[in-house]
Design a binder for this molecule. Structure first.
Ligand code: GLU
Length: 449
């Protein structure tokens, strides 16, 4: 592929709900594309649907993107840009490409049913184009307000799609799309095209549910004299059983994944690598992920989302996380064990928050579990003198083994229970010096320390 010079991409959500892992995918594909090619990423709220869009959803979307590590270079709301859409609509009207229609939804529905009954495709018949000025005036006098359709050219629209290769849509089999509703509101298509032109969008990367829209949009861009962007349509995410992920799938919202302790880098990696030719694997940064993602490797089959795979990837993301990446988050949790602590516990975490629990084990207060006080007393007696260090664990356990005869699980489990209060956890050798002599002795004596 030829190299791309400073692309500008956009993510254009409708602020009518929260982001979930499915609709976060176009955001990620766009952000990673911008990262990889040193481009710009625009967040554009497609909020022309006044009844369903809210400022609260817009803010929540920005916050959810921030959690993923997506920080847009610019933000726009379509509701503030109506003047541009009006100007474009006027241009199209003057060219005869935007025409008024007076049919009611019921009339359109009856017509469609008649067409279907006759075995014809249910395409808008362009009856409105044949209306005389008098007929139009008559409708207006009845109080009807027109909706406006874009006059499609009946031809194949072809483009070279970064995911799908050569793509074509026969516009002869499509109805002229309604761009403006009877109440004057713009539907998605025209504002999207006008903004893509105005914002200099070079690459439109979005789900394959937009393939047909793309053909229509290409015709509108050409009519308006805009430069065509490059298009890429990625596959859609389905549940493991193949159903679409709806906006209402609350527990897969980014907010609930975050609250459940899932790592944002795991969400990002799974979102863009699932259903691609590249294996899903943990990454240390979005930069690293950006280098792994290749739109040409995205499968055309639906990508199946598996929650268990996400939990697993999230844990693996923590297990390899560098101290540098973890440090600010440890500080937020009030954990100041430094790099040694992080390296000792990270391999045991299934969520980042558990680091705090292990910090309490190291730093107290932790309640020991002592099943056999005689064994604990032998352990106290065997503790090496002087400061505890990385070698102390080995020296100590060998001494206990020698004095009590305990070995294997009978040696290690009572020590683990006494020192941590738990049956499972990180290796104790590096934790021992961090817990420190005083707490070790206190816990072995059965005290909370
Ligand atoms: N608001 C549209 C959507 O959410 C944007 C599609 C596009 O990227 O053009 O699907």
């Amino acid at each position: 592929m030829t190299s791309v010079h400073s692309p500008t991409v956009r993510f254009a959500p409708s602020p009518t709900g929260r982001l979930h892992i499915g609709n976060a995918r176009p955001a990620l594909f766009n952000w990673l594309f911008a990262l990889k090619h040193h481009g710009r990423f625009i967040l554009r709220y497609d909020d022309t649907d006044k009844e369903r869009s809210t400022a609260a959803f817009a803010e929540a979307i920005a916050a959810d993107l921030g959690w993923l590590g997506i920080h847009p270079h610019a933000e726009y709301a379509q509701s503030a840009r109506t003047a541009l859409y009006d100007a474009a609509a006027d241009t199209l009207r003057r060219m005869g490409r935007l025409y008024p229609c007076y049919e009611s939804p019921d009339e359109l529905d009856r017509r469609r049913k008649r067409q279907l009954a006759r075995g014809l495709p249910p395409i808008y018949d362009r009856a409105a184009l044949k209306l005389t000025a008098e007929e139009r005036a008559g409708f207006e006098a009845e109080g009807r307000r027109p909706h406006w359709r874009f006059l499609l050219e009946s031809r194949q629209v072809v483009w070279s799609d970064l995911v799908r290769g050569e793509a074509h849509v026969d516009c002869g089999s499509l109805s002229d799309p309604v761009l403006i509703r009877g109440d004057g509101a713009y539907l998605y298509t025209l504002p999207s095209v006008v903004d893509d032109i105005d914002m200099g969008i070079t690459h439109v990367i979005r789900g394959e549910d937009h393939v047909t829209n793309t053909a229509v949009q290409i015709q509108i861009i050409e009519a308006l004299g805009g430069t065509l962007p490059v298009f890429a349509h990625h596959n859609l995410l389905t549940t493991a059983s193949g159903e679409g992920l709806s906006k209402r799938l609350g527990h897969l919202s980014l907010a609930s994944l975050r609250d459940a302790g899932v790592e944002p880098l795991a969400v990002a990696a799974l979102a863009v690598l699932v259903g691609s030719a590249d294996a899903v694997r943990p990454v240390e940064s979005l930069q690293e992920l950006a280098q792994l993602v290749d739109l040409a490797h995205v499968s055309r089959a639906p990508a199946k989302f598996d929650e268990a795979e996400l939990s697993h990837l999230s844990a693996r993301t923590l297990h390899q996380m560098s101290y540098q990446a973890a440090a600010p988050r440890l500080a937020q949790l009030g954990v100041d064990g430094g790099e040694a602590f992080w390296l000792a516990v990270r391999g045991n975490l299934s969520s980042f928050g558990e680091a705090k629990d292990w910090w309490t084990v190291v730093n107290g207060p932790t309640a020991p579990v002592i099943a056999d006080q005689a064994f604990a007393s032998a352990a106290i007696a065997a503790l090496p003198d002087g400061p505890l260090d990385a070698a102390s664990w080995k020296t100590w356990t060998e001494a206990i083994k020698a004095s009590t005869g305990a070995k294997g699980k009978a040696l290690f489990m009572p020590l683990r229970l006494a020192l941590t209060g738990r049956e499972h956890g990180p290796e104790l050798a590096p934790l021992l010096p961090m817990i420190g002599r005083d707490r070790v002795l206190a816990r072995l004596a059965g005290n909370v320390a």
